[in-house]
Design a protein around this ligand. Structure first.
Ligand code: SAH
Ligand code: SF4
Ligand code: F3S
Length: 464
């Protein structure tokens, strides 16, 4: 059952006394892993309050879309999904479902989402999921008929930290554990500080307790989540390195991953700790965003390309087998061709395993919205394509050199394709597909790499 960290009201209700079947809720998740975790917490909260969580929109009385605002496109997708959901119900001759918007769009747009042709029934922001059972009960007929239908509940609450049920099936064999929420950085392009509010930490004891329950349920791996996990700080007593030490001391836990690190907070002390703690996986997702100091300054990223490269060099020295991944934005306001070349240069220098690159998308109300969005769409598109091609070329060369080598990888379950193959992941986050007899999820194999495609390797188990 989902719980809160502090003293938020206990919303857990006993099962329906009338024996009627509980209303069914379908939850669909967009955006980052923090939303994935929140959807799990919402599911636990609703089940604890007597609802059924189903995996099919047509079987649901209510559909909740847990949304993302990071780029304009992410929001458009959700708006058109609302229309599609209604249409599919009509086509299937079903009564219209109650539709709710949760997550970052709910926080950004609030009651506006309850107006116009695509109006939804309820809107619940990232810190108010405890309002969902009451609102849904009113809308699904289980509540007081005099109650107003639906509503919008938004606004940040410093103390609202959700805890997802520990018994849930993990994402890629790793249990997500959000360690803090919000963000105090002010990267000028970014909507997250507005949608998620100020940074607020889940208490270290609560995090440790949550992970202990996961381990007690059979989990062996966790991914510590936050927009800026490396900025985790609990007063003067604990920083992120200290939290990693505490988590690594949990008996029965085997692997710890974390997302996302900010290059500005990747202190040497932290990298030393990551290198020293065997349970902490040697994989750093440290978004660079750009390789141009001028652009980085305008983005308020708080480091230069040289600082970033120093960080990478140091990590390579102290974290055995470390690999890197990153995010990049192309076409930030004022980005010149020379700025973009500096990004390509940085990508060549670092040799990432994987990068996620995006065209700059102006978000309303963020500081960069005051700058002219002056890089034409065609230029953004061609820079994006060039960046992806350069990464592909670098990764191809790197992947070729890895083929033939031995790696240790942990099984995550059956591969989607080909049939009869197994999906594994190495500590430094490389995916490997292995053919052969059944491999139990969670077990570790020594694998000889035989080839690769995209970001996935193929391999043969040495045992099989
Ligand atoms: N907290 C993380 C990630 C934030 S959002 C960090 O500090 O890096 C995930 C990614 O979306 C960002 O790393 C960035 O590359 C991209 N992004 C954020 N805002 C964007 C915008 N307005 N336009 C395009 N991409 C954006
Ligand atoms: Fe956004 Fe920057 Fe915070 Fe990341 S660190 S969430 S990019 S403001
Ligand atoms: Fe998107 Fe919100 Fe995550 S804007 S990236 S869902 S924090």
């Amino acid at each position: 059952m989902a719980m809160f960290q502090n003293s938020l009201p206990d919303l857990t209700k006993p099962p329906r006394p009338d024996g009627a079947e509980a209303p069914a809720v379908y939850i669909e998740t967009y955006g980052c892993q923090m939303n994935t975790y929140d959807s799990q917490a919402i599911g636990g909260l609703l089940e604890g309050a007597g609802f059924r969580v189903v995996d099919n929109e047509l079987a649901a009385d209510a559909v909740l879309l847990n949304t993302c605002s990071v780029r304009e496109h992410a929001e458009h997708k959700v708006i058109s999904r609302v229309g599609e959901l209604r249409h599919r119900r009509l086509e299937a001759d079903l009564a219209p479902a109650i539709i709710g918007i949760c997550g970052c769009m709910a926080e950004r747009l609030g009651d506006d989402l309850r107006k116009g042709a695509k109006a939804v029934d309820l809107v619940v922001g990232v810190d108010n999921y405890d309002a969902l059972p009451g609102l849904l009960r009113g809308l699904t007929g289980g509540g007081n008929a005099a109650r107003p239908r639906g509503g919008a509940v938004t606004g940040h609450r410093h103390d609202a930290h959700y805890v997802a049920p520990p018994e849930l099936y993990p994402t890629n064999n790793s249990h997500l554990v959000t360690i803090h929420k919000g963000c105090d950085y002010k990267c000028t392009y970014c909507i997250v500080p507005m949608t998620r509010g100020p940074q607020s930490e889940k208490a270290p004891e609560v995090i440790v307790e949550e992970i202990r329950s996961i381990v007690a349920q059979g989990g062996r791996e966790v991914t510590l989540l936050g927009q800026n996990v490396t900025a985790y700080r609990c007063g003067d007593r604990l920083d992120f390195a200290g939290l990693l030490e505490m988590v690594a001391a949990i008996d029965g836990l085997e692997r710890i991953r974390f997302l996302t690190g900010h290059p500005h907070d990747m202190h040497r002390h932290l990298m030393d700790t990551i290198g020293r703690l065997e349970k902490v996986c040697p994989w750093l997702h440290v978004p660079a965003q750009s390789g141009s100091d001028t652009v980085l300054r305008r983005m308020k990223r708080l480091y230069t390309a040289a600082d970033y490269l120093d960080m990478v060099d140091y990590a390579r020295r102290v974290i055995p087998g470390v690999s890197f991944s990153s995010d990049f934005i192309v076409g930030f306001p004022g980005e010149t061709d020379a700025d973009f070349r500096a990004t390509l240069e940085l990508v060549r220098r670092v040799q990432y395993d994987q990068i996620f690159s995006f065209k700059y998308s102006e978000r309303p109300g963020v500081p960069a919205a005051r700058l002219a969005d002056d890089v034409p769409l065609e230029v953004k598109k061609s820079r994006l394509a060039e960046l992806m091609a350069v990464q592909q070329e670098i990764w191809s060369a790197a992947a070729d050199t890895l083929v033939g080598g031995l790696v240790t990888a942990v099984c995550e379950g059956p591969a989607r394709r080909p049939a009869g193959a197994w999906r594994l992941r190495t500590a430094n986050n490389r995916k490997v597909i292995v053919h052969g007899p059944e491999v139990a999820a969670g077990s570790s194999l020594e694998v000889r790499l035989t080839g690769w495609e995209g970001t996935t390797f193929f391999g043969e188990s040495r045992a099989g």
